[in-house]
Ligand binder design. Structure first.
Ligand code: ADP
Ligand code: ASP
Ligand code: MG
Length: 347
C-alpha cells in the first residue's frame, strides 16, 4: 500500500472517531481509573451475529472500566489473503483478483447483516470501500506482480483492518462509542516481514500518543492485532496467530490491569480439547507454566504473550466468548502476591 493510502485510511479513522463521539453516549470512566484490554480471536468475530454478541461483552465491561479492544481478522480471512499472495506469485492473476473481490464482498455482507441505521451504514461502508479499493490495487488482474514477503504482509494486513472497522460498528450498534485504529500507526517493528519484532520503547511512546486521548474521550479503541509497520511506514505482521501478542503489547502500552483473550474454548487445557477427550481445563497458571504450554504448540495462546506479561506482571485471562458465564483460565502471579484487582473482566 502506498503511504498516501495509509494516510487516507488514517483520516477516515479519525473522521470516524469524531462521528462516534457525537452520536453515542460515552462511558463515564477515565483511563486513569482502570483499563481492561479485550482481545477477540477470529471465531469470535465470524459474522454480524457474533460481532454483536462480542460487542455486548465489551458493553458490560465498559460500565465499570475503560476498555480497549484488539481484534483478529474474521476466521479464515488471513488464510484467504495469503492464498491471494500465493496465487500472485504463481502468476494466477485473475484467480487472485476474484478472490480479493470475494474478500471485499464478505466484509460488505457482514456490514449489511449488522443492519445499522442508514447514516452509520453509509459511513462504515465508505470506510470498507476505501480499504477494498486499496486491497484491489495490490491485486491487478493483468500485468506482472513481484510477489515478495513484504507484499504478503501488506495483503494479510487487510483482514484485521476490515474487522476493526466492522467491530467498531457493531460496538456502536450496541451503544458503545468506539473507533477503529490501525496498529501500523504505532506498532514499530523491524523489517523481517511475516515475523517482525516490535520495538517496544518506540511503540509505547507512539501508542500512548494515539490511544490515551481516545480512552480519555470515553471511546473504545478497536485496534488491529497482528500488524505493525517499519519505522519508514511499510506494513509488517508479527507472525501467524500473533494477535494475542498484539493484545499483550497494547494492554501494556495503556497500563491495562488485565488482558482478557476471548476465544472459542473455556480456557487453557492440558491438551487441545478438540483432539483429546482426556484434556483437562486449567484454572490458574503461572507465566512459566503457560509459556511452556504455548511454546509446545497450544494454539490457544501465542507464546510471545508470556514473557511480556511476566515482565509487566499483567494478569491474562483466557475465556470463552460463547460462554461468558464460565470463569476461564487465569495466568498471573499467585493471587496472594497480586494486590491488584482480579475480576476477569466485567462480563
Ligand atoms: P482464536 O481465533 O480465538 O485466536 P485459536 O484458534 O487461535 O483461536 O485458538 C483456540 C484454539 O486453540 C481452540 O479452538 C483449540 O482447538 C486450540 N488449542 C490447542 N491447544 C489447546 C489447549 N491446550 N487448550 C485450549 N485450546 C487449545
Ligand atoms: N489473523 C492472524 C492469523 O490468522 C492473526 C491472528 O488471528 O492471531 O494468523
Ligand atoms: Mg489465536
Amino acid at each position: 500500500m502506498s503511504p498516501e493510502h495509509v494516510q487516507e485510511n488514517a483520516e477516515a479513522e479519525t473522521h470516524l472517531a469524531g462521528s462516534f463521539a457525537v452520536t453515542v453516549d460515552a462511558p463515564k470512566t477515565s483511563p486513569s481509573e482502570n483499563v481492561i484490554a479485550f482481545k477477540f480471536g477470529g471465531s469470535s468475530l465470524m459474522g454480524a451475529g457474533r460481532m454483536v454478541h462480542a460487542a455486548g461483552l465489551v458493553n458490560a465491561a465498559a460500565q465499570e472500566a475503560s476498555v480497549i479492544v484488539v481484534v483478529s481478522a474474521m476466521k479464515g480471512v488471513t488464510d484467504r489473503l495469503l492464498a491471494i499472495s500465493l496465487a500472485l506469485s504463481e502468476g494466477k492473476l485473475s484467480h487472485a483478483r476474484n478472490e480479493a473481490e470475494g474478500v471485499v464482498h464478505l466484509h460488505l455482507n457482514v456490514l449489511e447483516d449488522l443492519e445499522l441505521d442508514e447514516e452509520k451504514h453509509d459511513r462504515v461502508r465508505r470506510g470498507l470501500q476505501l480499504l477494498g479499493r486499496d486491497l484491489l490495487h495490490e491485486v491487478p488482474s493483468e500485468g506482472r506482480v513481484v510477489a515478495t514477503a513484504e507484499l504478503a504482509d501488506r495483503l494479510a494486513s487487510f483482514g484485521e483492518r476490515f474487522s476493526a472497522r466492522l467491530f467498531a460498528a457493531a460496538l456502536e450498534k450496541s451503544g458503545v462509542a468506539a473507533v477503529p485504529v490501525s496498529s501500523s500507526d504505532f506498532v514499530v517493528t523491524c523489517d523481517t516481514f511475516r515475523d517482525a519484532k516490535p520495538q517496544l520503547e518506540e511503540t509505547k511512546e507512539r501508542g500512548r500518543g494515539v490511544l490515551l486521548p481516545l480512552l480519555g474521550a470515553g471511546l473504545v479503541p478497536v485496534v488491529t492485532g497482528f500488524i505493525g509497520a517499519t519505522p519508514d511506514g511499510r506494513i509488517t505482521t508479527l507472525g501467524r496467530n500473533s494477535s494475542d501478542f498484539s493484545g499483550a503489547i497494547i494492554a501494556h502500552l495503556v497500563d491495562a490491569e488485565e488482558l482478557v483473550i476471548w476465544t472459542d474454548v473455556d480456557g487453557v487445557y492440558t491438551a487441545n480439547p478438540h483432539d483429546s477427550v482426556e484434556a483437562k481445563l486449567l484454572h490458574d497458571l503461572s507465566y512459566d507454566e503457560a509459556h511452556a504450554l504455548a511454546a509446545s504448540g497450544a494454539k490457544v495462546l501465542h507464546p510471545h504473550v508470556l514473557p511480556l506479561a511476566a515482565e509487566t506482571e499483567m494478569t491474562i485471562w483466557i475465556r470463552n466468548t460463547f460462554k461468558p458465564h464460565v470463569r476461564g483460565t487465569r495466568i498471573g502471579l499467585p493471587q496472594e502476591l497480586n494486590g491488584r484487582r482480579q475480576s476477569g473482566g466485567a462480563a
